[in-house]
Write a protein that binds this ligand. Structure first.
Ligand code: IFG
Length: 537
């Protein structure tokens, strides 16, 4: 089949040539076609900020001797300063020393003077002819301001090697803060195991769009991915398989801590999931006693769901769950522990409820807050203080969820026909599935988490999350292709005010991200719904 532009774009050699032309030829292109060499308009940031006041006559150009100043005496601000310098040094070639001396010429990151309205994740960004100043009340706020500054700089700022400037930012003031506190991305590392480096790169990319949670689906029928000292066979044996029969793999505790630390430095909280009582064949294959008949199950490398269940009537199964959750909680600085709960078709309903009524308090005993797929809202399952249901349905109403919310639950919205990144874009999409329908980028954008479900008011919505399941996705290129551009769409729904929701405006801002992704080497889907900026220097 003749390579279509998209397919051509997706092949690595063609893309590298294209990127090389883009970077090397940018000067010529700019001269001949008048391509935009002016810095991005302040409102072009994604997610779109709460308020933007451009100063038409001002702009700031980062000089080679620029200094990054951070709040005097604040280690937190210094960490964000070091992160910012680390972002800008490779492409600018500038030294960019970080000095903890408060406001100065250059770029300043301050923890004083921020408007209270910005809260714990927001910031104020001021650009004048002399300086860039980001003010926030927390490190996370400064970090989010840095992501905005990053997007106000030309796409070539993402270059891993030094390229010519100028590094100019349009003048003005942005005051910004999120609509929802929880904006997540999920990686299913169970169906296909993903190396630590792949997970870290995904964290780097979701941080650019102010996503602040990474949900790791660590166990399923096809594989167990996290070492558990008290049950060594889970990783040693249950981690040796994956969909299609490949070698699988698992994270040692040290590797898992490496992921957690990398995420924390980008203000991303890791949410580990141990799926229970279904989606457990890897555990059932590793320990015979977890099965009601006392016989270990054979490893499973197919893609069926709903056939497995822990033997929820056995006391040793509850001990197993308590031990596993205890070790995973000890590895998790974040507040959430996800216990799955989906597709437990092999567990009788009454047993499912009884089991979950044992497991939820176990999670609370570790000091963590329960998260579960929305099936844990099953009436027989008691409300656990603070618990969160993750909605993955395809309808605009679900009585079970509405009822659980009435009992005090909050909801993270992940409707499969909107936010599931493993759904094909269209019939031509090679990787992924289509059971929830085709999901193009406009489908991922054109919904409102705050009013998506009847009986679930915006006040009960903790936020949004975009899951990427990996039965039919296994390489980093496929992950990039499926996540971009839909993940930024979900990120915008989680961060920006509902009043800014406008497909045409969003599509324009999304198109302007194309050159940035090209420089970052992200193999994105050039959706025909968006006019992609080709160059941008
Ligand atoms: N549903 C299953 C996942 C995965 C998914 C693939 C949930 C909560 C379909 N459960 O989504 O394990 O198989 O799209």
């Amino acid at each position: 089949m003749a390579p279509t532009p998209a397919r051509l774009w997706r092949s690595r050699p063609a893309r590298l040539t294209a990127v090389a032309a883009l970077v090397l030829g940018a000067g010529v292109v700019a001269l001949t076609t008048g391509a935009r060499t002016a810095p991005a308009p302040m409102g072009e940031v994604l997610p779109v900020p709460v308020s933007v006041r451009p100063a038409a006559d001002a702009s700031y150009t980062l000089p080679p001797d620029a200094v990054v100043h951070t709040e005097a005496g604040s280690a937190e601000a210094a960490k964000v300063g070091a992160y910012l310098a680390g972002l800008l040094r490779p492409s600018t070639g500038y030294a960019l020393p970080v000095v903890q001396d408060g406001e100065g010429r250059g770029v300043s990151l301050l923890l004083t003077g921020a408007d209270p309205v910005v809260g714990s994740q927001g910031y104020r960004l001021d650009v004048t002819g002399e300086a860039v100043v980001i003010r926030a009340r927390t490190g996370a706020g400064l970090f989010n301001g840095v992501q905005t500054l990053r997007q106000l700089l030309p796409p070539k700022v993402e270059s891993p090697t030094a390229v010519p400037g100028p590094w100019t930012v349009r003048g003005g003031r942005i005051v910004d803060y999120p609509r929802f506190p929880y904006r997540g991305a999920m990686l299913d590392v169970a169906r296909h195991f993903l190396p630590v480096e792949t997970v870290k790169r995904y964290i780097d990319r979701i941080a650019l769009y102010k996503i602040n949670h990474l949900h790791l689906h660590l166990s399923d029928d096809q594989g167990w991915r996290i070492a558990v000292d008290s049950r060594p066979r889970l990783a040693a044996y249950g981690g040796r398989t994956q969909v299609g029969g490949g070698p699988g793999g698992h994270y040692t505790k040290a590797q898992y801590r490496e992921i957690v630390d990398h995420a924390a430095r980008r203000y991303v909280t890791v949410v580990p999931e141990i799926d229970l009582p279904g989606h457990t064949n890897a555990a059932l294959a590793s320990y015979a006693e977890l099965n009601c008949d006392g016989r270990a199950r054979p490893p499973y490398t197919g893609t069926d769901v709903g056939f497995s269940s822990l033997c929820t009537t056995k006391e040793e199964v509850h001990t197993f769950v308590k031990d596993v959750l205890g070790e995973v909680a000890a590895l998790t600085p974040g507040p959430y522990l996800h216990i799955g709960g989906d597709e437990a078709r092999a567990t009788p309903t009454a047993r499912y409820a009884a089991f979950m009524n044992r497991v939820q308090p176990m999670v609370a005993a570790t000091g963590k807050t329960v998260v579960g797929w929305h099936q844990i809202g099953e009436p027989g399952v008691r409300h656990q203080e603070g618990r969160v249901l993750q909605y993955w349905g395809r309808t605009g109403s679900d009585p079970l969820v509405a009822e659980a919310v009435a009992r005090g639950a909050r909801v993270v919205m992940s409707p499969a026909n909107r936010a599931y990144l493993d759904m094909k874009y269209d019939p031509e999409t090679v990787p992924g599935q289509k059971w929830a329908g085709y999901v193009e980028v406009r489908d991922a954008y054109d919904w409102d988490p705050g009013s998506h479900l009847e009986g679930v008011p915006a006040s009960a919505v903790l936020g949004v999350e975009a899951p990427l399941w990996t039965e039919a996705i296994s390489t980093e290129e496929e992950i990039e292709y499926m996540a971009f551009p839909r993940l930024p769409a979900v990120a915008e729904l989680g961060w920006s005010p509902g009043a800014t929701h406008d497909w045409a405006a969003f599509a324009r801002r999304l198109g302007a991200q194309g050159p940035r992704w090209a420089v970052m080497g992200i193999d994105f889907h050039r959706s025909p719904q968006v006019s992609w900026d080709e160059q941008g220097d």
